[in-house]
Design a protein around this ligand. Structure first.
Ligand code: HEM
Ligand SMILES: N[C@@H](CC(=O)c1ccccc1NC=O)C(=O)O
Length: 371
């Protein structure tokens, strides 16, 4: 690092004149200044700053994943950055309660001045969703049309450009799919796994059938649910069945990525899988925290507006509540728990597998030609 020549001054360094001079109340322009609009503006500005930081980390993670191969040192950096994002998300979720100190009536004192603006126009939030992996086809119907119609041409072009690039979801999928975890010469995990899951599933079926506390209707319902779990399990061993369930959006990960992730989760305590496991866990956490934010925001909206429509033209609370479940990105990592076996049902990992994977995971892009 070089020695600084000019003295640095706090306010100049942070450009506080710009930041602290950027709160102009709409209500004041109309000659009716509303005390609480200051809070409304500052809370949104703080969110946008955190979005900026989250995007900064996320873009760095995406850049790391973009080359074909990833070294384990790269993976350490990725997990570190994702964990930083998670901490910021926690803060963003907690921040909702600061906004909620404003009462619905205090909000109504300036709300009409904001039409037709709304969070729909937060480009950084949309960038975050798209970069994580939320494609237009996954958005709910209202959002499919409205998503782009309320933006300036410039913003629309920016988001459409981003949609055309690989998202973190796609990059992680590709990385997982390339890990050679499926079969080695002396170890066929999947054959063993299939036998073990058959035993587990049949036990569950017996439990339902012999449960006298269930009515016939309840029993039928539980057996139906059991049947669809059975189909999901079968699809793990049958790529064409997997593909058809994937078409119905039952799975989003590719078949190979799904199996790799499952393998990693099963053997998460093996040192060689620990970093990949931390990656999967961090992505799960990011999805969960974003879902919690959507839910808390939707609750706040209900509290502020009841069932009034939004300034952005949506149905308000109802629309936002729907997006909490439908805008999930890494839901496969959550549902994967369905397929996990207890440790005592797992075959031990042969040393050859660890050695082989150890080589693969610690290999860097530069070493490719040496392979
Ligand atoms: C009094 C507080 C708030 C109310 C009543 C409110 C209300 C709403 C409503 C009704 C929508 C749906 C769009 C519409 O039709 O208007 C929306 C969307 C949105 N709001 Fe808020 N909001 C509030 C605070 C915030 C804050 C603090 C943020 C932080 C940045 C935020 C970010 C967003 C985002 C990103 C969307 C788009 C969500 C999506 O499309 O999935 N809102 N808000
Ligand atoms: N959509 C909100 C207004 C609102 O919350 C808002 C308005 C302008 C800029 C940001 C906003 N925040 C989140 O939607 C409403 O319908 O009251």
């Amino acid at each position: 690092m070089k020695k600084n020549i000019e003295p640095c001054y706090y306010g100049d360094y942070l450009q506080l004149d710009k930041i602290l001079g950027a709160q102009s109340l709409e209500s004041k322009k109309y000659g009716e200044p509303a005390h609480d609009e200051m809070l409304f503006i500052i809370v949104h500005q703080v969110y946008e700053l955190w979005f900026k930081q989250v995007l900064h980390e996320l873009n760095a993670v995406i850049d790391t994943f973009t080359p074909e191969r990833l070294s384990d040192t790269d993976l350490i950096g990725v997990v570190h950055r994702l964990n930083r994002i998670i901490q910021i998300q926690q803060l963003m979720n907690d921040q909702i309660s600061v906004m909620e100190t404003m009462t619905p009536q205090q909000f109504l004192a300036f709300r009409d001045y904001l039409v037709p603006a709304s969070g729909f126009q937060s480009i950084q939030f949309k960038r975050l969703e798209i970069s994580l992996g939320l494609k237009r086809e996954y958005r709910i119907d209202f959002d499919k049309q409205s998503f782009y119609s309320r933006l300036t041409d410039e913003d629309r072009a920016l988001l459409e450009g981003l949609e055309a690039k690989p998202s973190l979801f796609e990059l992680v999928d590709r990385w997982l799919a390339r890990l050679p975890l499926l079969k080695t010469a002396d170890f066929d995990f999947w054959q063993h796994y299939k036998q073990a899951t058959d035993t587990l599933l049949n036990n569950d079926k017996d439990t339902i059938e012999n449960n006298d506390t269930l009515s016939d209707k309840e029993k039928r319902q539980e057996l139906n649910d059991w049947q669809s779990t059975r189909e999901n399990f079968d699809a793990l061993f049958d790529s064409s069945q997997y593909a058809s369930l994937r078409k119905e959006d039952k799975f989003r990960l590719s078949h190979k990525a799904m199996l790799s992730a499952l393998f990693i989760k099963q053997y998460s305590e093996a040192p060689i899988f620990n970093l990949p496991f931390q990656l999967i866990t961090a992505l799960t956490e990011i999805d969960e925290k974003l879902t919690i934010w959507r839910y808390r925001h939707a609750m706040m909206v209900q509290r502020m507006l009841g069932t009034k429509i939004g300034t952005g033209g949506s149905s308000g609370h109802h629309y936002l509540k729907k997006t909490t479940e439908s805008n999930r990105i890494f839901s496969d990592f959550f549902n994967m728990a369905t397929f996990l076996l207890p440790k005592d049902m797992l075959p031990p990992l042969p040393a050859s597998v660890s050695r082989y994977l150890g080589f693969y995971l610690s290999e860097s892009t530069a070493n490719d030609s040496a392979k």
